[in-house]
Design a protein. Structure first.
Length: 114
């Protein structure tokens, strides 16, 4: 069946873009791998709000460019990995999402150490 893209208002989209940037800024997740930002992107893809994940990826790409110039906190490698994971989710955006009742367990599993 695939996903049906839902329309977000400009205000909703900006609010969610801001939330994604905040999650990246926290670098939350197992050993600072940005798992919360990844789960955020995946959740919105599953909801048919792929533009939220694409907005986050655009932010990450801009951040990567800045980190290539100056990376005092050593975030470049982790940000590259996070962007790659989100890019993979976007590439599979048309895949059938799991049942909503399974979302919490799947997202929680992503936060476990690999």
């Amino acid at each position: 069946m695939g996903l049906v893209e839902t329309a977000l208002s400009p205000e909703q989209r900006e609010r969610l873009a801001h939330k994604g940037r905040l999650l990246y800024g926290k670098f939350c997740g197992t050993e600072g791998r940005g798992i919360c930002a990844q789960s955020f992107a995946l959740y919105h893809i599953w909801r048919g709000e792929g533009e939220v994940a694409r907005d986050l990826l655009a932010f990450l790409d801009a951040t990567i460019g800045a980190l290539r110039v100056d990376d005092p906190d050593g975030r470049l490698a982790l940000t590259l990995e996070l962007a790659a994971r989100i890019r993979r989710h976007i590439a599979h955006e048309e895949d059938e999402p799991p049942e909503p009742s399974q979302w919490a367990a799947i997202l929680k599993a992503k936060k476990q150490p690999m």
